[in-house]
Design a protein around this ligand. Sequence first.
Ligand code: GLN
Length: 494
Amino acid sequence: MTDYTTPTTGLTSLSAAELAEKIHSGEVTSREVTQAHLDRIAQTDEVLGAFLHVGAEEALATADEVDQAIKAGEKPASALAGVPLALKDLFVTTDAPTTAASKMLDGYVSPYDATVVTKLREAGIPILGKTNLDEFALGSSTENSAFKVTRNPHDIDRTPGGSGGGTSAAVASGQAPLGIGTDTGGSIRQPAALTGTVGVKPTYGTVSRYGMIAAASSLDQGGPTARTVLDTALLHEIVAGVDPFDATSVNKPIAPVVQAAREGASGDLTGIKIGVVKQFERPGNQEGVLDAVSKAYEDLASLGAEVIEVDCPHFDDVMGAYYIIQTSEVSSNLARFDGMRYGLREGDDGKNSANDVMEITRAAGFGPETKRRIMLGTYALSVGYYDAYYLQAQRVRQLIANDFKRAFEQVDVIVAPTTPTTAFMLGEKVDDPLAMYNFDLYTLPLNLAGLPGMSLPIGVAEDTGLPVGLQLMAPAFHDDRLYRVGSAYEAKFS
Ligand code: GLN
């Protein structure tokens, strides 16, 4: 049987930091490294379905540029120059199609690059291709993609999570050492947990949203994913930073994430206070996940951290608040996909009115979950209901933020499971939206409060043998704390 998890030998087995060192010292070329990952994609992606588009030529051209610069004795463009990456197909690029996994954008090529993509190009990072996701990042299993299903490398009958299942499957299978995702309600952290990789949602406003197709603008945040904490930090530092093209971008220095990842590797957490959220001890959690997470709390304490319980009473109301705010923003953001400006246009026969064309295009172009969100959001924002739903949800959002604030007066970092269970079967929840939504219970509060979070792999659950993620959360602009704690755990227990 083919093993779809990361190989144990060869270039695709190495971390991004290890590959960068080999490339920058001239031991291997970026072309060799990039080709090895393209080969791994060719061998495995027919089954895994992580990529919607592979840009071999473009990736190799970037690799060659890096190799030439190194040969000429120039300093590498960044700490990760020459190390290839998988990009969620929600970021617009000029040299590849951008679909957001929607029929609505079939055939669309952007006239400009997202700021994150510009930063990757400037850093000399070859982009292997665009990865699969739930349509417009709406979902938790990648099954809402209009194009294909992505499979979990640890068990191909199971989901890699969502919405960024493609990126996580690519990183977990050795198709790519690095990935970029987006997280509106968990779409970087949740797939990281289900695939045994590291995924970080940075503080809201610290990674540019320019050219990242909007789902819910007040929640969306791009971020890094990789197989080690240090690799994730190195990529985080490259993509973060203020951007005049994003009105919500924050002009503050990037938290010292790389330094924190390196310092954390000493494994000493003396003086760090860690809070366990009482409200996350829920019935319905899988036994094996609870055991693994409890063991991780003990492990963190054994490194010198003080672990205490914190109370966040309004987390119990997170589901309602998120699904009103998220769908409201989705309904307004997705209004631009009207068959006039981008991608698909249906029913334009010279007889139909513009309104008819819009209606026909939207009926044909959006999948069922996207339509559901647009309808829910439009309803919540409509006259007469706005106060009852949207405004109330905004109040709950504030209460959740206050819970975090109070908790962070007591502790430096908050921990929780990333997900209630390990990876579920493909097909298991796709016809049951509420079951799918409930799976995100633990990742949602962070987005509503705009804070940074990480999912850290802590081994496998004893009852299913599948990966478990520990979620770490920190106050805004203290993303470095995630890396400090994550890296200490990784150094001692992974
Ligand atoms: N699963 C959540 C949702 O469907 C979060 C998605 C995301 O973070 N993009 O809304």
